[in-house]
Design a protein around this ligand. Structure first.
Ligand code: SF4
Ligand code: SF4
Length: 300
């Protein structure tokens, strides 16, 4: 049976579309944005997270690991991931909860079983289910089947996409998707490559083509001082979307809440160049969009 690697099924989500929602976070992403809030989503495979702050160095994880993958080095426990098969024993035996595995394979019926439990909340709040990630459409066969099944159940569906996928994937998802949350980060190609690790040509082209086949698209734009918080970026964005049917524009001010996740993954988080944008900048950008007739929301 078809399976996909999912790292979280988050209930009572209020920021991924209208009403109360359940958001299904898929692993794997074609981009690697420097500010990514879900670094555990980028890898298509499982990840092992270790929180040094919670670890009391009891050594239990090393004792129970069947692969002999964990060693105490100085004041922390180091895992040799080339040996680890993600059996999860160290997670179960770690009493302080310093260890965690991100990523589990699910079938479509397993996801449905989880998300349909909150049907009453969706109905009462005008909510539903959102597919996010990572990039959910990298798992297009699974995503299409899940979206189709949700529509059969009468559930409102949203897809949060980077747009960095073949257009055919967006077409297939569009048949069963009520709302697209479409991320746009930078317009200048060189900067896009520098800060996200990927080209934006396909993303820009896909946005235009998607507006031709779907009429409920919210554009989601992270605003990051030091990266894209400049009038020229907003002007270029306005040029790009001129004449396209964009239902709402969401401006998302940068924050570094996810910094601790990088540490747990053993990765560096270089936020030197990235800062929270001043509120005056956010207000100016909001005005630039509203003056062109767009409905704008901030921080959603
Ligand atoms: S079992 Fe948990 S608390 Fe004990 S050494 Fe391992 S990670 Fe640290
Ligand atoms: S998940 Fe299993 S194999 Fe990997 S480090 Fe933990 S106990 Fe060892």
């Amino acid at each position: 049976m078809m399976k996909a690697m999912i790292f979280n099924i988050q209930k009572f989500s209020l920021h991924d579309g209208p009403g109360i929602r359940t958001t299904v976070f898929f692993k794997g992403c074609p981009l690697a944005c420097l500010w990514c809030h879900n670094p555990e989503s980028q890898n298509e495979r499982q990840d092992l997270l270790y929180d040094r702050e919670k670890c009391v160095m009891c050594g239990m994880c090393a004792k129970v690991c069947p692969q002999d993958a964990i060693t105490a080095v100085g004041d922390s426990m180091v895992t040799d991931l080339t040996k680890c098969d993600f059996c999860g024993r160290c997670v179960i035996y770690c009493i302080p909860g310093a260890r965690e595995i991100a990523g589990k394979t699910y079938t479509v019926p397993e996801v449905l079983d989880q998300v349909l439990r909150d049907r009453t909340f969706y109905e009462e709040s005008g909510g539903g289910v959102t597919l996010s990630g990572g990039e959910p459409l990298l798992h297009i066969d699974f995503a299409e089947e899940l979206l189709r099944s949700l529509k059969e159940e009468g559930i409102h569906t949203a897809v949060d996409t980077s747009g960095a996928v073949p257009f055919e994937y967006l077409q297939r998802a569009a048949k069963y998707t009520d709302l697209f949350l479409y991320d746009l980060k930078l317009i200048a190609e060189e900067k896009h490559l520098e800060f996200t690790g990927g080209s934006n040509q396909e993303i820009r082209e896909n946005l235009r083509k998607l507006t031709e086949i779907h009429d409920t698209i919210y554009l989601r734009i992270p605003i990051i001082e030091g990266v894209n918080a400049e009038d020229i970026f907003i002007e270029e964005t306005l040029d790009l979307i001129a004449g396209l049917k964009i239902e709402e524009v969401h401006l998302l001010p940068y924050h570094s809440i996810a910094k601790h996740k990088y540490k747990k993954l053993g990765r560096e988080y270089d936020d030197g160049a990235m800062q929270v944008p001043p509120s005056a900048t956010m207000e100016r950008f909001r005005k630039m969009f509203t003056e062109q007739g767009y409905k704008v929301k901030e921080g959603v």
